[in-house]
Design a protein around this ligand. Structure first.
Ligand code: UD1
Length: 335
């Protein structure tokens, strides 16, 4: 059997790691070469910075992608369109039995459409999640991918029920559990052994942030951890400004906050003239985007987490860290 699996953005890398490992273990037990799964890993290149991409491959022991489509940044239509054009060539030349997609990013949607049009079967890992919010690009990606997929691998019973409610035939739905938590469990010990101070020192946003480090480490009230990148929070000035005010008025003077900065958020803060205010805020420590183990370590030790990420909500749930989800809805009500 030949499988092409697809990753594009940071959360995909975390989800594909256990899948790659499972194929390796399956093949290792087989003497007959013909019975082995032939696996081709395709990276669409949506995330391309070392800190958003390569570092995750290295730290999670994911083999280098066999093919990188080099799509890069762009509007949704540009990313999806370019991915489809490039992925079609790969599907045509490799003729896989299955294309496996994960999560809900543009790569997930683009590659499931392309595969189906080439009459290749599609399996979706993390199927059935629904926020019921059609303003989220990820909700559109989830709906399209699930409508097309032959095999829907769900993380929880709520997502299986969502699919049943949409009329999906029972034999296409398989409840398999949450693959991102497989990654968490496999890496919990390694993350836990990291030294907090070293993690902070090595990932400071810039040298100016170094001055805030002592205050953060000395804080007896513990610290909060924040991540934010969703278009619904960062793309409109009126909303982003309110969130920054909220941090300043309500949060940082009570609990120091650590904020690894997503490139999208940094761009928007700069565009709306809010970056200086954020940089000057006392009790707020800005970091670069963090590696997998580093973020897990900060989550494990945090007093609370503020986030609009989907995966971090789930990780908090398993780690027992109180999580304030900064959204009006969530596709992960289980958290
Ligand atoms: C994407 C996913 C989102 C996921 C998130 C995790 C979609 C629709 N969205 O959103 O579901 O939660 O990734 O991070 O697929 N950029 C860089 N370096 C990079 C990658 C991006 O600087 O390596 C910049 C881009 O130029 C762009 C911005 O960050 O301006 C946003 O990147 P993009 O991949 O379009 O979407 P995300 O907001 O990261």
């Amino acid at each position: 059997m030949k499988i092409i699996s697809v990753v594009g953005a940071r959360p995909n890398f975390i989800k594909i790691a256990p899948f790659v490992r499972a194929i390796e273990e399956h093949n290792a037990d087989l003497a007959d070469e013909g019975a082995k799964i032939k696996h081709v890993l395709v990276h669409t290149g949506q995330h391309y910075d070392d800190k958003m991409s390569r570092d995750f491959f290295t730290s999670l022991n994911i083999p280098e992608a066999d093919i990188n489509l080099g799509i890069g940044s762009g509007s949704h239509a540009e990313q999806v369109g370019k991915t489809m054009i490039e992925f079609e060539k790969i599907v045509k030349s490799h003729q896989p039995d299955w294309v496996v997609v994960v999560g809900d990013v543009n790569a997930t949607c683009a590659c499931s459409i392309t595969a189906k049009k080439e009459h290749i079967k599609v399996a979706h890992i993390e199927a059935g999640l629904r926020s019921f919010d059609m303003e989220m690009p990820e909700e559109i990606n989830r709906l399209v991918t699930d409508r097309l997929s032959d095999l829907l691998l769900t993380p929880c019973s709520i997502s299986s029920d969502n699919l049943r409610n949409e009329g999906v035939a029972e034999d296409r739905i398989k409840f398999v559990g949450n693959i991102m938590i497989d990654t968490l469990e496999a890496n919990r010990e390694k993350a836990g052994a990291l030294d907090m101070k070293t993690v902070l020192e090595q990932n400071l946003y810039d040298t100016e942030e170094g001055g805030k480090l002592e205050h953060m480490i000395a804080s007896s009230s513990g610290y909060g951890l924040m991540t934010m990148h969703r278009p619904s929070n960062v793309d409109r000035e009126s909303i982003l400004r309110l969130i920054i005010e909220f941090l300043k008025e309500e949060v940082v003077h009570r609990t120091p906050l650590i904020w690894p900065m997503h490139p999208r958020t940094e761009k928007q803060l700069t565009k709306f003239g809010l970056w200086d205010e954020v940089k000057k805020m006392k009790g707020l420590l800005l970091l670069q985007p963090l590696g997998y183990h580093e973020l897990l370590k900060l989550n494990m030790s945090a007093k609370l987490v503020l986030t609009d990420s989907g995966g971090i909500q789930e990780e908090c749930c398993v780690l027992g860290t109180p999580c304030l989800t900064m959204r009006w809805n969530t596709e992960r009500p289980i958290t």
